[in-house]
Ligand binder design. Structure first.
Ligand code: ATP
Ligand code: MG
Length: 437
């Protein structure tokens, strides 16, 4: 893509409510545009990043055997009345009536709908276990939408649901998802810490929030630094290894303020290892047994032909929130550096252009085509502007690698720079190699 053609409405004037850096940056670089309170359009640059995140989330869900489907955004109130949540959900649920006067709603989550689908389709334990997921827009009428895409009203979420015959088997499904989440956030270039979370009225200990460290996060966290050091490569995809993984994580102290206890923290974590900071919740997994299947009569025949309520869990990832969270985690000293896996482009070519010298631009176009042919997603800054402004702009757009074509480049050698590092002079073949690894 040539920068001059890219729809990237860079804005200088920021609205007063844009208080955190991800919100500011996303508006400045034209990634999103607010359409009304807590509701955004995703413009090409932002959309591209979100799609890359979505793809990784999808690949990692498929890898553990979860099956993708798509449920609608609009749901009937009937199923929510069956589960008892129509009243309980309160003001966050956007309720509407259709022309026949039927009560409908914009789904804030999908436990009821998936339970309804499941109960009419699956009758025997032989069809279990199952994990189904979709990646779909949700609406929650948040009382204070803020921080841009981090807490908005309409947002993009991956939500998965597991169905098992027994608590024991359900635990295996939960562990698979735990593993998948750790892998997913890792691939996104983010350190997400699983934290034991409150399970609310159902009890039990099977709920984890996945939290990314960032000062602007809304969750207060208390953790032992060692939790960042666990070697993920040691775990294999089998039931016992996955259980070991969850045990290893559980042994190390990491909680949000809901579960925090000062004495316990001081007793369990050495002073030097204590980490007290803020974090952003990017995922939440939950085992809730028959909470929905029981009231909604979602039962199956077990091995003895007896009807039993299916055991369920649900598993969310905030795909759109992750775009903001990745910025919060990677934007420092006015430089945004996207993790390679989700960067809107692999590399940007920045030629020094002036009225009388278009030679660099011609060189840049050739390199551009060459890289394109190798399936490298490249941005070419063909805008006639001085280099220092260009660099400032690219510090914000955040493409992690730059090929600079100016005074330091000669023949087939060019200045190659990784954001936040010193540049080096390399020939094009070496540059390609670097981009591909
Ligand atoms: P929070 O405590 O932040 O409100 P939640 O517990 O209500 O989150 P879940 O119902 O577990 O969230 O939803 C799964 C994921 O969806 C969350 O981990 C988060 O990443 C994302 N999410 C939830 N609410 C929002 C929102 N208003 N805007 C953007 N993403 C959200
Ligand atoms: Mg919430």
């Amino acid at each position: 893509m040539y920068l001059s053609k890219l729809f990237i409405p860079i804005t200088k004037d920021l609205p007063a409510e844009a208080k955190i850096k991800s919100h500011q940056l996303m508006l400045r670089t034209g990634m999103i545009k607010q359409s009304s309170a807590g509701i955004y359009s995703w413009l090409p640059l932002g959309f591209k990043v979100m799609k890359k995140i979505e793809k990784i989330v999808r690949e990692e869900q498929n890898l553990i055997g979860a099956q993708e489907m798509l449920m609608p955004t609009i749901q009937s109130s009937e199923i929510w009345k069956e589960s008892g949540r129509y009243e309980d959900y309160g003001e966050e649920m956007l309720r509407m009536k259709d022309r026949q006067g039927r009560e409908i709603l914009y789904g804030p989550t999908n436990e009821e709908l998936i339970t309804d689908i499941f109960r009419t389709s699956i009758k025997s334990y032989k069809s279990l276990p199952q994990i189904l997921y979709h990646i779909q827009w949700k609406f929650r009428d948040e009382i204070r939408p803020r921080f841009g895409v981090m807490r908005c009203r309409e947002f993009f979420m991956k939500d998965a649901y597991s169905f098992d015959l027994s608590d024991e088997e359900a635990k295996n499904s939960y562990n698979k998802m735990f593993y998948s989440y750790i892998r997913t956030f890792n691939r996104l270039g983010l350190k997400a810490i699983p934290m034991a979370a409150d399970t609310g009225p159902i009890g039990g200990d099977l709920s984890h929030e996945f939290v990314i460290l960032a000062e602007t996060g809304e969750s207060q966290i208390y953790a032992d630094k060692n939790i960042l050091e666990i070697d993920l490569n040691q775990y294999k995809f089998n039931d016992s290894s996955l259980q070991k993984m969850r045990n290893d994580f559980s042994k190390i102290y990491a909680v949000t303020d809901e579960k925090y206890n000062e004495d316990e923290f001081n007793k369990k974590v050495k002073k030097d290892n204590q980490m007290i900071t803020k974090g952003i919740e990017v995922g939440h997994i939950f085992y809730f047994g028959d909470k929905y299947s029981k009231p909604m009569n979602c039962s199956i025949d077990d091995k003895d032909g007896k009807k039993t309520s299916v055991k369920m869990g649900s598993y969310g990832i905030g795909v759109s929130r992750l775009v903001g969270a990745a910025i919060e985690a990677n934007y420092n000293n006015n430089i945004m550096k996207w993790p390679k896996s989700i960067s809107p482009f692999d590399v940007v070519i920045i030629p020094s252009i002036s009225k009388n010298n278009k030679e660099n631009l011609e060189k840049a176009k050739k390199i551009y085509q060459d890289l394109k042919n190798q399936n490298i997603d490249v941005l070419l800054d063909d805008v006639d502007e001085n280099m220092s402004n260009k660099f400032k702009k690219h510090d914000l757009i955040g493409v992690p690698f730059q090929i600079i074509i100016g005074s330091k480049s000669e023949g087939n050698n060019y200045e190659f720079k990784e954001l936040n590092s010193k540049s080096e002079i390399l020939n094009l073949e070496k540059i390609k190699l670097k981009l591909k690894t």
